[in-house]
Design a binder for this molecule. Structure first.
Ligand code: ZN
Length: 594
């Protein structure tokens, strides 16, 4: 059953008169003049055209003059009725004539008209089933006896013309010069046949056909490089969607092409077959406690992800497991090291992965060997993830060797099939992702910094200098905190600092310091001016091998600069929490960042 909103129907109705080209779906009408069959169609200007049903060059019944007159009469009547009906009724919800026009476009003609009020308005009108088969032999041209077609394409065209191959059957294979081909291999031929194919289908069948075609062409559609073939496929789809959705065709097609990969669970159009819908229902069904399910990637998932095991404990908590085979690429970190890091990151993230009902999700990654030890029906398929050098653009299939926990968690979540949630502004991706949901709440799929927001980050560093060893092995806890704490340089945004702050070094002994364990503390704060003291450690050649240096940072907001005042307030709040450096302090080297 088609449900189209009222306004849209009106739109359809208007548009078919003015913009739509000649449409397929010719149907026969038996009109009041005795036994007269006519073909109803629309011409290039979108006007309703009624012609004697000339099959194979013969008027089917009735004499031609009688037929012509009858047709003119019918044409006038039906056009007047259409217009009158449209102006009166197309805003109301009962819009049979509008529906007729819509459904005509949507290839569901005869059955719809038969059930509509059109018949009541034209009691003499009888509509036969759509013309599907031309019964008599086609007018035969003198056969050209040549060497036969030279290409597989020409061969297919000939077979279709002879009705030996049905172009509706995209997967039908045929042999040509010892090679095997499928109908769907020939996009140009498919394109030529669309009108022919669609004229014999109702709307549901047409949708199914378009979907089959899309599936058979999915590799080409997904290919990022433009090609002649891709253009032909898109043109074909455009034409098919035009038949199915009328003037909304291009929009519907764009939605499918752009959004489908992003929108696995809620198909944005009804193009997905019932079969696929049932699959989804099955897929979305909640696991009962104690149950488990192995998910496989969706063909529609652009990332090519979705292999994972989902288990539910007796208590109702969830466990998701992905199987990753880390491989050495250009990076210097070993697969074993990367696996250890990833396990650790996911372990730390897991307590924060909670459902709306408070149920937790333990998210784990296993090596293929570890996965092999799971029971047969609990083994997710493995992914390969390469390890690349520092600076590499990390993605779900390749990590830069210095990848941090937030990013690892983000990329691993992609493997579950989750999508990005940030706005795509990189020009090379164009509009490809413009249907993506851009979340407003903190989300690790939008900002990997959410990881740090959710859980404390730990950086492990090795002392590589006497200064570091001396401080860390010593007993002065304050200097340890200052050494490892975030200084003014770490905390104060450099743009803010450049614009509003000045720094003066403080000479003299560091006695009776305010907040002696802090690397940055507020000394005074007024409406417009904040004065802070920043402390840092410098290396020294004699014991204790360090010196404590201090500077005064004065930031002044010009009167009326609310943005500056806002940043100042945030900055003061930051100095009040305990801040640890994100990087290893001078004189130490990074072991791991988790
Ligand atoms: Zn991502």
């Amino acid at each position: 059953m088609i449900t189209i909103k009222v306004n849209m129907m009106k739109l359809f109705f208007l548009s078919f008169f003015f913009t739509l080209p000649a449409l397929a779906g010719i149907f026969e009408v038996q009109w009041g003049c005795p036994k007269t069959f006519v073909q109803v169609s629309f011409n290039d200007q979108g006007k309703l055209v009624l012609k004697p049903d000339v099959l194979n060059g013969k008027v089917k019944t009735g004499n031609s003059q009688e037929t012509e007159a009858c047709i003119t009469d019918f044409q006038n009547k039906i056009q007047t009725a259409f217009k009158e009906y449209q102006s009166k009724n197309c805003q109301s919800s009962k819009e049979d004539l509008c529906i007729v026009s819509v459904d005509y476009i949507n290839l569901k003609v005869a059955d719809k008209i038969q059930s509509s009020n059109v018949l009541k308005k034209f009691p003499d009108l009888k509509i036969s089933t759509p013309v599907t088969v031309i019964s008599d032999k086609p007018v035969t041209k003198p056969e050209e006896k040549k060497d036969g077609p030279v290409t597989a394409e020409a061969f297919l065209q000939e077979k279709i013309a002879k009705k030996e191959i049905d172009p509706k059957n995209l997967s039908q294979s045929f042999q040509f010069k010892n090679n095997s081909y499928k109908v769907s291999d020939f996009d140009k031929v498919v394109g030529e046949q669309i009108e022919n194919i669609f004229s014999t289908m109702n709307r549901e069948e047409a949708k199914q056909f378009a979907q089959n075609y899309m599936v058979s062409k999915s590799d080409l559609i997904k290919a990022s490089t433009p090609s002649e073939n891709k253009t032909q496929v898109l043109n074909n789809l455009n034409q098919m969607f035009g038949y199915i959705y009328g003037e909304k065709g291009p929009e519907e097609l764009a939605k499918i092409l752009e959004c489908k990969p992003e929108d696995d669970l809620k198909p944005i159009t009804d193009i997905l077959s019932n079969l696929e819908d049932t699959k989804k229902v099955e897929k979305c069904k909640d696991l009962a406690p104690g149950e488990h399910k192995v998910f496989k990637k969706e063909s529609s998932d652009y990332y090519g992800t979705g292999h994972y095991l989902l288990k539910r404990s007796k208590e109702g908590n969830y466990q998701a497991v992905v199987n990753v085979n880390f491989k050495t690429g250009g990076g210097a970190v070993s697969p074993q090291e990367m696996m250890d890091r990833s396990k650790n990151c996911l372990n730390m993230a897991s307590p924060y992965l909670k459902g709306p009902d408070g149920k937790t999700l333990q998210f784990s990654v296993l090596t293929p060997e570890e996965s092999q030890k799971l029971p047969n029906d609990e083994r997710p398929q493995p992914y390969e993830v390469k390890i690349e050098p520092v600076g590499y653009g990390t993605n779900a299939g390749a990590y830069a060797q210095d990848v941090d926990c937030g990013t690892i968690t983000h990329e691993m979540l992609h493997l579950l099939g989750l999508c990005d949630e940030y706005e795509e502004t990189r020009p090379q991706y164009g509009n490809m992702w413009n249907c993506r949901v851009v979340t407003k709440v903190p989300s690790i799929m939008r900002d990997t910094g959410a990881y740090k927001q959710a859980l404390p980050q730990s950086t492990s560093c090795n002392c590589s200098s006497q200064t570091c060893s001396s401080i860390m092995k010593g007993t002065d806890e304050n200097i340890k905190k200052i050494y490892t704490g975030a200084s003014g340089y770490d905390i104060i945004d450099y743009k803010f600092r450049n614009a509003y702050c000045k720094e003066d070094y403080i000479n003299g002994p560091a006695k009776n310091l305010k907040d002696p364990s802090k690397a940055l503390t507020v000394v005074t704060d007024s409406a417009n001016v904040v004065v802070m003291e920043s402390r840092f450690v410098s290396q020294h050649s004699v014991a204790p091998f360090y010196k404590l240096l201090r500077s005064r940072i004065t930031c002044t907001c010009p009167a009326g600069d609310n943005n500056c005042i806002e940043q100042k307030t945030k900055l003061i709040a930051l100095t009040e929490t305990e801040n640890v450096k994100g990087l290893c302090p001078h004189g130490s080297t990074l072991i791991a960042k988790l």
